[in-house]
Design a protein around this ligand. Structure first.
Ligand SMILES: Nc1ncnc2c1ncn2[C@@H]1O[C@H](COP(=O)(O)OP(=O)(O)O)[C@@H](O)[C@H]1O
Ligand SMILES: [Mg+2]
Length: 355
């Protein structure tokens, strides 16, 4: 029988948080397959009733090794392909969120939650994402690649971020461009490059989740509390709970009606410009009433379940909606031919995955 599959874990810094999100989804839904992606890339089928502690030393006992084969009709394979209606992707960060896994699902002909391959990759690339937002007329801070003197297009102090990073890991504030260059050249977090933007002292984070099914809807807006270092740090995001719930925040954020309407308007435009699908979180920076789009998280911790308070949405409703959305569209098709219009139909399929 064809059932949904929840996938979680993965070779990323957010592996442990992803286990928590995945297990929340397994427990909220009934009758699912559960696939755990180990830190070194192996896949296991595990019990959907497992608890986080069962993963403390790797895959739980009694888990079964499976393969993920990127060929049409294959997908998750034990001795035979396992029948799956759609995949609920709970892998935060790294290849589970950056389009890699999405591409494999496309090749295997599997339907899945969240944005398609291209939009997932865009959401993970701070340089490309910032450029796409700016090109769409959305307010963003200047952002430069930290590679040589050509990046100096605005004044410091700079906040320097790994280009493909997340969870505030490796982020530092530096006074001048020479320090930004030195950081990117020497820090282990910058193997794939870094970007810099003006550091906005005294600004704050404002975050909102969007879901795109059954129609585009926005959650309550939250204002997370920043650390003494002036940025919203990894430990605040995760260590307090391990998944974005217990850390300090103002929810709903106490903001003016005007600011709220502006966030709603901008979030709707970001949703289209970034090709979002499923449940994503859109993060803004705000200072003195001015807003900038900072980033999107296309697979946010706990699917931002804690933000859906006004009308309250249960986890089950949230996750079921994501699966319904994945099931509602065609799988991505790759056959290309010319004159009979197949190529155009394929283009339409890909477009519908992006939007
Ligand atoms: N330009 C900025 N000025 C001031 N603080 C910033 C700026 N950009 C980011 N921050 C702070 O750093 C945190 C992490 O940056 P972010 O761009 O969200 O990276 P990550 O992908 O690692 O979460 C933000 O939540 C915010 O608190
Ligand atoms: Mg962030």
């Amino acid at each position: 029988m064809s059932r949904p599959a929840v996938v979680f874990g993965g070779p990323s810094d957010e592996h442990d948080i992803s286990i928590l999100t995945g297990l929340q989804a397994c427990h909220a839904l009934s009758d699912v397959h559960a696939f755990y992606w180990g830190k070194s890339g192996e896949w296991f089928q595990v019990s959907p009733d497992a608890e986080a502690i069962d993963f403390a030393a790797g895959p739980p006992r009694k888990s079964r090794a499976v393969q993920l084969i990127p060929s049409l009709g294959q997908g998750f394979v034990s001795r035979r392909p396992i029948q799956i209606s759609a995949v609920l992707n709970c892998c935060h960060g790294g290849p589970g969120e950056d389009g890699t896994l999405q591409g494999i699902f496309d090749l295997a002909g599997l339907r899945y939650t969240g944005p398609g391959q291209a939009a997932s990759a865009l959401g993970m690339d701070k340089l490309a994402f910032g450029s796409a937002m700016a090109a769409s007329g959305l307010p963003t801070l200047d952002r430069s690649l930290v590679i040589d003197a050509s990046g100096v297009r605005f004044e410091g102090p700079y906040i320097v971020k790994p280009r493909f990073g997340g969870s505030s890991i490796g982020i530092e504030v530096v006074e001048d461009w020479a320090s930004a260059l030195a950081l990117v050249a020497t820090s282990p977090f910058y193997g794939s490059g870094g970007v810099a933007e003006p550091f906005l002292a005294e600004s704050r984070d404002l975050q909102v989740a969007v879901r795109t099914w059954p129609q585009v809807e926005l959650s309550a807006i939250e204002a997370p509390t920043r650390s003494g270092s002036g940025i919203y740090s990894y430990s605040q995001k995760y260590l307090a709970w391990g998944g974005d719930v217990g850390s300090g925040r103002e929810l709903p954020a106490r903001i003016s009606d005007e600011l709220r309407s502006e966030i709603v308007e901008l979030a709707r435009r970001v949703t289209v410009a970034a090709g979002l699908r499923g449940v994503c979180r859109i993060d803004f920076l705000e200072r003195d009433g001015e807003l900038w789009v900072n980033e999107v998280n296309t697979i946010p911790g706990s699917m931002a379940a804690y933000l859906w308070i006004d009308r309250p949405l249960s986890r089950r409703e949230l996750f079921t909606g994501m699966l319904d959305e994945a099931l509602s569209g065609p799988v991505r098709s790759f056959s290309v031919s010319g004159a009979d219009g197949t190529a155009l139909r394929n283009a339409g399929t890909i477009q519908s995955k992006l939007s």
